[in-house]
Write a new protein. Structure first.
Length: 230
């Protein structure tokens, strides 16, 4: 019997921002502080960010430190980190994302029967993730716990990421379902022994597939019925 439903966050609970929209925000910040060759700066900034982001995602560097290194690589004063951090929160993290349709309605239905968790690969801590969910009007209080790679030190598809969640809830892999979209995270969940439900991406192969989140309760009912028959 399924006891726990684990959700990826980005591209499941909410949809991510478009790269060009982020570039526009960054370009305005750079131009404001006198950067002339924006294309060169954007290229350098992207290269630096890709390096430091990996460290932040597994808790080996703080988000503030990463922002400082990014700013310095662009030839700007690291004291601008406070200004950029506020821009990143207000104009990217909280503004350029959109809640997935039916997310709250679906979570409320599931909450009656299952424990719910988030397992997200992100530069954000649990507290910052809560702020983001709140800004997107996703009812974060419906989740029993929220795990971020920044806090636990592991990204999916590392086995330890999934096991951290399972150990917290004291459930076996066969008692949990992972809802995600990307090939690597679905494969990692499978290898850990979880049932997998792919959301939206038909190029990813899992045990089950849903086009919309509102289909999830029925899929879980089918899974529970199969367990009961066995």
């Amino acid at each position: 019997m399924i006891k726990l439903v684990i959700f990826d966050a980005g591209d499941v609970l909410y949809k991510g921002s478009k790269k060009e929209m982020v570039r526009e925000v960054v370009s305005r910040f750079l131009a404001k502080h006198g950067v002339k060759d924006l294309e060169k700066a954007l290229r350098i900034g992207e290269e630096v960010w890709l390096r430091v982001e990996k460290l932040v995602k597994v808790g080996k560097m703080s988000l503030r430190e990463a922002h400082e290194k990014w700013i310095e690589a662009l030839g700007l004063n690291r004291k601008l980190v406070n200004e950029w951090s506020e821009i990143e929160k207000s104009e990217i993290r909280f503004k350029l994302f959109k809640r997935t349709p039916y997310v709250n309605e679906t979570l409320k239905v599931l909450k009656r029967k299952y424990r719910l968790a988030i397992l997200s690969d992100t530069v954000l801590s649990k507290e910052e993730m809560v702020q983001k969910l709140h800004a997107l009007k996703i009812d974060y209080k419906l989740f029993d716990e929220i795990f971020t790679s920044h806090d636990i030190g592991y990204e999916k598809p590392h086995r330890e990421a999934y096991l951290t969640v399972l150990r917290h809830f004291k459930v076996e892999p066969k008692e949990a379902v992972f809802v995600g979209h990307a090939v690597d995270e679905i494969e990692g969940a499978k290898e850990t022994g979880l049932l997998t439900i792919v959301f939206s991406d038909r190029n990813t192969k899992g045990d089950y597939f849903i086009e919309q989140l509102k289909e999830l309760p029925e899929i879980l009912n089918r899974i529970d019925s199969t367990y009961n028959k066995n």
